[in-house]
Structure formats: C-alpha cells, structure tokens
Design a protein around this ligand. Structure first.
Ligand code: MN
Length: 252
C-alpha cells in the first residue's frame, strides 16, 4: 500500500551521508519534508538546496544541545538569516543531565528566538523540549502569542497536564514511531486533538529496522496512528495533510 500526502515535519536531511541525494529522493517521492538544522551555519546550503524543490522546506535552527558559553555569535548569525526563513528549527531547550549546565544560556537564546519570531509574525517553529516542557510553555506563553507564530512541539515527552496546557496555547505536535511505542505516547493522543497532530521521523536519530529512518519511513507513523484511531491510513494521511495546511494558513 502506497500512502500519499506523507509529511515528515522534522528530519535532519543535512546529517545523512549524501545530503543532495536524500533531498532528491524526498522530492521524487513527493514527501513533504521539513529539513531542520542544528546551527545557522548550515542555513545557506540548506536554503540553496531546497529553494527550488516543491516538497522540501529548510528550517533555520540553533539546537539547544549546541549552545555553549559563546552562543552570542551563533545567535547573531541566526538573526541575520531570519528574514530568509519561514520555518524555524531545531530550537528549544534541553535540561537532560548532559546539557543542563548550559540551561541559562539556552533559555536566553530561546527567549530571544521567540521574541524575534513574534516580531516577524509569520514563522512556524519545530521545538525540542527535553526535560523542559514547563519552562518552554512559560516562555511561549510570555513571548510568542498564538497569532504571532506557529508552534510544533517535536517528540513531546512532557506530562499529560503539560500536553493539555500546550493544546490550550495553540501548539501542534509532531509524532514519531518511538512515541507511539510507549504507553505514554498513547495516553498523549487521548488529550491532543486529532487536528493538532503532524508526523515526523527525526531521522537520522531514529531507526527503521537497523538503518537510520528516512522521510519515507514516516508512513509507519501514519499507519500506527490510523490503527490507534481505527481509521483508514489514507484518511489519516489526508487528515495530517489538512492539519499542516491549517497551521500554515494561519501564518501566511
Ligand atoms: Mn531533531
């Protein structure tokens, strides 16, 4: 069964061994892919390679795991490219043990990013929120009103109550297969409205079989979601596609 209208709203295309060929592969397979980046230094090449593609979009990122004491220079570069970007990511916070020592710097940078996006008014963000959902939601509430930017929480790992709060704040959620293999992931789907769901692989950081997942593998997320909701996978894919259209229409 071939599913159409597939969407991989969070994939690191520039981290595969052959960036150009995976861009071509996604384009030929008509898979709408958000190519997130981890540093603004990656923006020019991502922007160039996706400028003329129909299905691939580049996102301008500054990954919280890469923030160090000298983040100011990176942030300035991020701001320089902002007018060229409609999509922002990967950005956010990571308070896991390996990265919590920079949480102050991460928070300052993320706050600035939200502020700049709110000022621009037309951005859609893919957000990393590991062990920091509460702070992330506070920062969004204080800096990025829902009418000033679209928020997609990628690989959400917060609590049910935090998910409900995120829904109230207007957030969308990009779901991957790893999330759907846990009980928590299933519980989350009970509180997240179906209209707020998107799909992702977060490739190459997830696997399909024994190899890094590629955007085409997002079909398995669609199939799992369809099974959970008890609907046909084609209908599920169509629903996710309308969700994305609705999100983008709010900020055009
Ligand atoms: Mn990622």
């Amino acid at each position: 069964m071939i599913l159409r209208n597939l969407i991989d709203f969070h994939c690191h295309l520039d981290l595969y061994p052959d960036f150009e060929s995976i861009v071509k592969e996604c384009e030929q397979a008509n898979i709408l892919t958000l190519a997130v980046t981890t540093t603004p230094r990656a923006w020019p090449r991502n922007h160039d390679l996706t400028l003329k593609t129909k299905y691939i979009r580049a996102a301008l990122g500054l990954h919280p795991q890469l923030i160090d004491k000298d983040y100011a220079r990176e942030l300035l570069l991020w701001e320089k490219y902002l007018p060229e970007a409609r999509y922002i990511g990967e950005v956010g916070l990571d308070a896991s043990p390996r990265f919590s020592h920079t949480i102050k710097e991460q928070t300052r940078a993320f706050e600035r990013i939200l502020h700049c996006c709110a000022k621009a008014g037309d951005k859609v963000l893919s957000i990393h929120s590991v062990r920091s959902t509460g702070i992330i939601l506070n920062l969004i509430e204080n800096n990025l009103p829902v009418d000033r930017g679209g928020i997609v929480l990628h690989w959400f790992t917060g609590s049910i109550i935090e998910a409900q709060r995120a829904v109230t704040l207007g957030c969308y959620f990009s779901i991957n297969t790893k999330m759907l293999k846990t009980k928590k992931g299933h519980d989350l789907l009970k509180v997240i409205p179906r209209e707020r769901i998107l799909t992702e692989t977060d490739g190459p950081f997830t696997e399909s079989g024994n190899t890094p997942a590629k955007p085409k593998d997002v079909a398995s997320v669609v199939n799992l979601l369809a099974e959970i909701y008890g609907i046909d996978p084609h209908i599920m894919a169509g629903a996710i596609s309308s969700n994305l259209k609705n999100l983008l229409n709010k900020y055009s």
